[in-house]
Write a protein that binds this ligand. Structure first.
Ligand code: NAG
Ligand code: NAG
Ligand code: NAG
Ligand code: NAG
Length: 392
């Protein structure tokens, strides 16, 4: 496809001095396993799969040697490493407020009210990523766990504090309004309540993207309820009743460019360094912790990976639709499926979000948007770079 080549190369050429590998799909392609898994686990991968090192599988070899879990009772998930790595918001109340000097707040999910139904599951995500037998999806525990009614042992549900540039403007603190981090396995994207319509789209599209070979978060399950939420589908003032739904999403990490920006913006530089070190240590094995250029090296990897990701989006005509810095993963995986769309025939002005009148996030602008976002990442890194390292 010529438009793919055009955009891919235009974008990549601009970064050629930073690009170390521009072809092929990075091995993070099949990545989207668990949230934040250990370095040791990441090593245990082949070209399609990583395997989680759960407590059940201490002797992990790189093939599935253990049976999947049929009962969710025996599975433990943990928020321990995240809690150990970062100071936690001392306030435990679940309300919208400005949070300082922390990366996470404890936030109990509000259960989706019944009657509930499992509308869809991804067998592959359940079995190959989470090591659950797909039959576990028929249990009550599964429904309650993935819809916020019940917490698995070890889970301390967290909301992540981040910021972001939205539509070209610094939007200050954003943070997980709808999403909860349930522990080091899964992220339940639940409200604030999504509606079935958007949840089905997220469930299907993230699976499609995975099979197209594009780095993405995965969807484990889609649970729907009869609980009614009110939504203005076309943002035109016509509010309609719709059913609520929750998608359980799985990704190696949910940290975003905005996760760093908020800390830089509030001058929380120690915490900025801590988060960077954590992300590098967990997810960028090729960046050496002792290297004085490690943050630059990290930046250069994110530039490469983001260029790759956007080139892959362009190759299939995918328009993300809301390319704000809070929707851009530091691991350069596709996250936050909102008003995305696929271009039906070549049209660089294709805009999937019907309210994006100026076409800021039109498909033909995704490479520029990527550059803009990477520039915001660069600005967020400036406080931890010395003057000779600062890029302008
Ligand atoms: C799996 O986890 C156990 C316990 O944390 C650890 O001792 C072991 O080294 C891990 N194995 C691999 C291959 O990462
Ligand atoms: C781990 O598993 C492998 C293959 O399943 C086996 O050969 C090896 O002996 C095991 N190691 C331990 C320490 O149990
Ligand atoms: C992505 O960006 C939009 C707009 O900034 C934000 O409201 C939303 O929470 C983010 N995530 C998703 C799932 O759209
Ligand atoms: C679509 O674009 C409009 C206008 O820029 C923006 O306000 C809105 O948040 C976007 N929609 C979503 C779902 O992000």
């Amino acid at each position: 496809m010529s438009y793919f080549q055009h955009y891919a190369f235009a974008f990549m050429a601009l970064h050629s001095h930073l690009l170390s590998r521009v072809t092929g799909i990075d091995s993070t392609e099949s990545q989207t396993k668990v949230l934040h898994f250990n370095k040791n686990d990441a090593r245990c991968s082949d070209d399609r799969h990583f395997y989680i090192n759960t407590t059940k599988k201490n002797n992990l070899s790189c093939s599935k040697t253990t049976e999947n879990l049929h009962s969710l009772d025996v599975l433990e998930i943990s928020s321990k490493r995240l809690l150990a790595a970062f100071p936690l918001d001392p306030v435990r109340e679940n309300s919208v407020r400005t949070v300082k000097n922390c990366v996470f707040s404890v936030a109990q999910p509000t259960p989706l009210k019944g009657p509930l139904k499992v509308a869809a599951v991804s067998k592959e995500v359940l079995e190959d990523i989470l090591d659950w037998d797909v039959s576990a999806a028929e249990t009550d525990d599964f429904i309650h766990f993935l819809s916020g009614g019940k917490l698995l042992p070890g889970s301390i549900p967290l909301a992540h504090r981040y910021g972001g540039h939205q539509f070209g403007v610094w939007a200050g603190q954003l943070g997980d309004g709808r999403a909860h981090l349930l522990g080091e396995y899964i992220n339940r994207n639940g409200d604030g309540r999504a509606v079935i319509r958007s949840s089905v789209r997220e469930f299907l599209c993230s699976e499609v993207m995975h099979y197209l070979g594009i780095p993405t978060s995965r969807a484990a399950s889609l649970i729907v309820s009869n609980e009614v939420v009110w939504r203005d589908q076309f943002y035109n003032g016509h509010v309609k009743k719709e059913k609520g739904a929750i998608v359980a999403r799985v990704a190696k990490s949910w940290f975003r460019i905005g996760s760093l920006e908020i800390l830089a913006s509030f001058g929380e530089i120690d915490l900025l360094r801590k988060l960077l070190n954590f992300v590098i240590d967990e997810h960028f094995p090729s960046v050496h912790a002792s290297d004085s250029d490690k943050y630059l090296d990290f930046f250069s990897r994110v530039v490469t990976d983001t260029a790759n990701l956007i080139a892959l989006w362009m190759s299939v005509g995918f328009a993300h639709g809301v390319c704000n810095t809070d929707n851009f993963s530091l691991l350069s995986i596709t996250i936050d499926y909102g008003p995305f769309g696929f271009m039906e025939s070549y049209n660089p002005n294709f805009v999937p979000n019907t309210s994006d009148d100026e076409g800021r996030y039109k498909i033909g602008n995704q490479a520029n948007t990527g550059m803009y976002n990477l520039d915001k990442l660069r600005e967020a890194l400036n406080p931890v770079l010395d003057t000779s390292q600062q890029l302008s």
